[in-house]
Design a protein around this ligand. Structure first.
Ligand code: ARG
Length: 285
């Protein structure tokens, strides 16, 4: 796609690139166990509303010109809607997920089968990792989160599987248990503009904050308020940034850098600790 937007008074133009996403319908979505601090099985989920919110997300991607493939949801896998966790796919190579908690472990096979049918050969992991929940690609490298779900050993295994350098980042706040809850790739640097990220510093250890500062001194720093509505759990195509609608301040920060914020409300999925990015596995070209 060649949508180019140059905003008067600014020199950075943004260009969206057509993306390929995999999503899983929330047919069996529910909060029946608690494996992160957002989840409370006593708080009811409105299943019909969850379905509507998820549909809006899917249509949003399609109306932006992106391809959305679907994986068949499975009974007894209420978190399978969070497709980002299904693996890491970059340049025709894939690294399969191996979930930390028993409740989600059967999802690995389901996602690996899908990849196989799509003729993407996935390396089967020995180490625990939760796919794009903890692996975010930009430029030629991959940012990898550890601390709650994905192990450091998996970072090394992933680097080998997809043949990319990996930068490890340590997460320290259990509310931000996956890297994609506290860091968003806004521009992957594979188009005309340089790579750009947004993040919430307090979710990272002191040395990882320093890594991020050194690599991205001009990153957008997200407020605590916006981080706590999972504002950073966003999906960017280089120009349009689909993000949780409650993250109003973050939307303004994006606009100031010439991105086009596209707010969606995934309030029902937030009850499980997930939002836009969690529902989206990008099959990176
Ligand atoms: N309830 C799910 C879990 O705790 C949410 C997963 C969110 N996914 C993500 N990519 N952050 O595993």
């Amino acid at each position: 796609m060649t949508v180019m937007e140059t905003v008067a008074g600014s020199r950075t133009s943004r260009e969206s690139r057509r993306r390929h996403y995999l999503m899983c319908p929330p047919t069996y979505f529910s909060v029946t166990y608690a494996i992160n601090p957002w989840m409370d099985p006593d708080v009811p989920v409105n299943h019909e509303l969850a379905g509507i919110q998820w549909d809006v997300l899917r249509h949003t991607y399609q109306s932006l010109g992106h391809t959305v493939d679907l994986i068949e949801p499975e009974l007894d896998l209420p978190d399978m809607v969070f497709a980002a966790n299904g693996g890491l796919v970059v340049g025709g190579r894939a690294y399969s997920a191996k979930f930390r908690y028993e409740q989600r472990q059967a999802e690995s096979r389901a996602y690996r089968n899908w990849l196989e049918r799509a003729e993407i050969t996935a390396v089967e992991p020995i180490e625990t990792n939760e796919g794009e929940g903890d692996f975010l690609t930009l430029g030629s490298m991959v940012f990898a989160g550890s601390g709650f779900r994905t192990s450091i050993a998996a970072h090394i295994e992933a680097a080998d599987a997809i043949d990319r350098p990996v930068v490890s980042l340590e997460l320290v706040d259990p509310r931000f248990y996956h890297l994609d809850t506290c860091l968003a790739v806004l521009d992957d640097g594979n188009g005309p503009a340089p790579a750009e990220i947004a993040y919430y510093p307090a979710a990272f250890s002191r040395h990882s904050q320093r890594t991020l500062r050194d690599l991205f001194p001009n990153a957008i720093i997200c407020s605590e308020y916006d981080a706590l509505v999972l504002g950073l759990n966003a999906v960017s195509d280089g120009h349009n940034v689909v993000l949780p609608s409650a993250a109003i301040g973050f939307g303004e920060q994006l606009r100031a850098r010439n991105y086009n914020p596209v707010p969606v409300n995934l309030g029902e999925l937030l009850k499980s600790g997930g939002s836009v990015k969690c529902c989206t596995l990008e099959l990176h070209a």
